[in-house]
Design a protein around this ligand. Structure first.
Ligand SMILES: Nc1ncnc2c1ncn2[C@@H]1O[C@H](COP(=O)(O)OP(=O)(O)O)[C@@H](O)[C@H]1O
Ligand SMILES: [Mg+2]
Length: 335
């Protein structure tokens, strides 16, 4: 790539999620995305395994007599051993109960982003909003990520996850509206008026909640429930198995919780501007993917009376990439 065309492509957006880490960069046309699972699993060391992983370019590190396989292949290995993957993050921030989490998230980010392509290449990374009703902020998490990224040569800034969804999807309404990211560890919600955040919060009922509860109800392990959910769950069509039925029950609970949280957020917020025009609401994230999710959300939402009017509820163009895309839009706005 020539120097000028490389320069044209500078700037990175990074979605640091509990389930997946997604990287966005500019391409010749539009943006390009890459992602890795934010998870790892230990397998016993053997020279043979190590050689094969290298040949197959599966991201891993060797620690003593173990090999840690991380990123997208972690799930396959976990299923092989019928065990759970280990996770560097929990509920949107670094997992304090995972001793190897910091080391592993550093490796995952490094595998995805690599070193910066210019001195102080700009990068925005997503961070979760505080829990609705207060609670700790993500300041340790945020400072740690900035440190990891600056060691890779990036000039890193954080961007609120819900706001990133608005940056990604709502240019047409001048960044006015509600952006929601339904992820694994949490849902993040932001209301912005002309790009200025009015309120932004997170709630912890999301994909992992569905997996854990449905696992308990059906006597399965959560990793297996997640695989079934991602492969075959659809709304309104789940009588066929106990797992699918349980997933449906907890999906409904999650959606109800999300819609009710909007009521509470407006009630708590003292500074909701009088927005005369109805505003759009965007749903994104992996948990918004199953067929029928949008319609179910719309149905539960229908009965609500919020202080502002919602013009339409739609899915992000690419629900899994919206946060990373918005983080890149944030990066580019500073260049
Ligand atoms: N096709 C799918 N159907 C249902 N859920 C899915 C699907 N794909 C991913 N998910 C769920 O989405 C969540 C991860 O979403 P993502 O936006 O990547 O989250 P995070 O921001 O937490 O990393 C997980 O709970 C995962 O099980
Ligand atoms: Mg996310």
């Amino acid at each position: 790539m020539s120097e000028s065309s490389q320069k044209k492509h500078l700037g990175v957006g990074l979605d640091v999620g509990t389930s997946r880490i997604v990287l966005a960069r500019r391409a010749d046309e539009g943006f390009e995305f890459r992602s890795e699972l934010d998870a790892f699993v230990e397998v016993p060391f053997s020279r043979m395994t190590k050689n094969v992983l290298e040949r197959e370019q599966v991201p891993h590190i060797v620690t003593g007599n173990q090999i840690m396989v991380f990123g997208n292949e972690a799930d396959t290995f976990a299923n092989l051993f019928h065990s759970e993957t280990r996770r560097p993050m929990k509920q949107g921030i670094l997992n304090p109960e995972e001793p190897d989490g910091l080391q592993l998230i550093r490796h995952i980010i490094q595998a995805l982003a690599g070193p910066s392509r210019s001195k102080n290449e700009k990068l925005c990374f997503s961070v979760p909003a505080p829990k609705l009703g207060g609670g700790e902020t993500a300041s340790f998490h945020q400072a740690t990520l900035r440190q990891i990224l600056s060691e890779l040569g990036y000039e890193a800034e954080s961007v609120d996850e819900g706001l990133a969804v608005i940056y990604s999807e709502l240019e047409s309404s001048n960044f006015t509206g509600i952006g929601i990211s339904c992820g694994g560890g949490m849902c993040n919600v932001c209301l912005a008026y002309l790009s200025v955040p009015v309120f932004s919060y997170s709630i912890s009922k999301a994909g992992d909640f569905i997996d854990e509860q449905a696992a308990q109800a059906s006597g399965e392990i959560a990793t297996r429930v997640r695989a079934v959910k991602e492969e075959s769950f659809e709304f309104g069509n789940n009588q066929s198995s106990k797992i699918l039925q349980a997933i449906g029950v907890y999906y409904d609970e999650m959606i109800r919780g999300l819609v009710e949280s909007l009521d509470e957020a407006f009630a708590r917020s003292k500074k909701v501007p009088r927005i005369r025009k109805p505003v759009p609401l965007i749903l994104s994230g992996g948990t918004a993917l199953p067929r029928g999710f949008l319609e179910r959300f719309q149905k539960v939402f229908e009965s609500r009376k919020l202080p502002i009017e919602v013009s339409e509820i739609r899915l992000a163009e690419s629900p899994l990439n919206a946060t990373a895309r918005g983080a890149l839009v944030a990066t580019l706005s500073t260049m």
